[in-house]
Write a protein that binds this ligand. Structure first.
Ligand SMILES: C[S@@+](CC[C@H](N)C(=O)[O-])C[C@H]1O[C@@H](n2cnc3c(N)ncnc32)[C@H](O)[C@@H]1O
Length: 265
């Protein structure tokens, strides 16, 4: 899997590529990341990569030509019969989520274009960009943080990257968790500021612990992301035992807070 990143700030990627558990994926080449600066493909003494926006208005726009030359150099190096997609990070793109990350984690990679300033000359986008990805409904100063989010999420799904093989399957949104949110986690000490770790987790009884975690996932998902719970229900992922638990939780919430009650569950 190879990701070629087009960025005016390649230095921003160094900490990501050399720190934490995902470092292994990058250092071993399991996720091969190559950085390309369009400035290296720009003309003139100033190696200009941006210019003013036609029609006026504030901010600069990334020039199409250095991006085109940079992309041509990447394509020449990749030498693919089936060219990897060119992805532009942009607020107008499809918001990144777990299923998209999973698809990327099984792919051969992509060329990732990080925009800056007001964005990229639209003619380059129309000609060469295959897909646009957004990190959410807010505006970043550049696409680098979005690119790093994608790389990190993809790298941790690669076999052998996390210490505990399969631990990502117990993370939020994973199909192995039926797309629900993860349950809460606790560590030492057993009592901290008079608050004890839930007794179920200290029981040593694997089935009880697994049931407790399932119920916490159900409770948290109902509370924070009810639409994910509904999706799990519609795809037949909730057992009778799950539904009994959710019903009891709803009734308890109604008794404790008749105003709000089960609306949140
Ligand atoms: C300051 S932004 C440009 C915003 C653009 N003028 C707009 O209003 O949609 C500069 C670059 O940051 C990146 N960017 C900003 N917000 C993003 C988001 N939510 N998701 C992904 N990339 C984003 C894009 O690559 C964009 O070209």
């Amino acid at each position: 899997m190879r990701f070629d990143i087009i960025t005016l700030f390649p230095e921003l990627f160094a900490p990501l590529l050399t720190s934490g558990i995902t470092r292994r994926a990058y250092e071993s080449g399991l996720v091969d990341v190559r950085l390309w600066n369009p400035r290296d493909h720009a003309e003139g003494n100033y190696r200009r990569v941006d210019d003013r926006s036609f029609g006026g208005g504030p901010g600069m726009v990334m020039l199409a030509e250095p991006l085109f030359k940079c992309l041509t150099a990447i394509r020449a190096e990749r030498q693919e019969t089936n060219p990897a997609p060119l992805v532009l990070f942009s607020p107008i793109g499809q918001t990144l989520n777990h299923s998209a990350v999973e698809r990327w984690s099984h792919s051969a990679g992509a060329v990732l274009l990080c925009g800056r300033y007001e964005g990229v000359d639209q003619r380059f986008i129309d000609q060469y960009v295959d897909q646009q990805i957004s990190l959410g409904d807010f505006v970043l100063s550049g696409g680098e943080i979005a690119a790093m989010a994608l790389l990190d999420a993809v790298a941790r799904l690669q076999p052998g990257v996390l210490n505990d093989e399969g631990s990502h399957q117990l993370d939020s949104f994973n199909p192995a968790l039926d797309g629900l949110l993860d349950s809460p986690h606790y560590t030492r000490p057993e009592v901290w500021q008079d608050h004890a770790v839930p007794a179920e987790l200290m029981s040593g009884h694997h089935a009880h612990i697994a049931r407790w975690r399932r119920e916490q996932s159900l409770r948290l998902t109902a509370q924070h992301r009810p639409e994910l719970l509904e999706q799990a229900r519609l795809s037949g992922k909730l057992s009778r035992q799950d539904e009994v638990f959710l019903k009891a939780t709803r009734s308890k919430a109604d008794i404790e807070n008749p105003e709000q009650g089960s609306k949140k569950l």
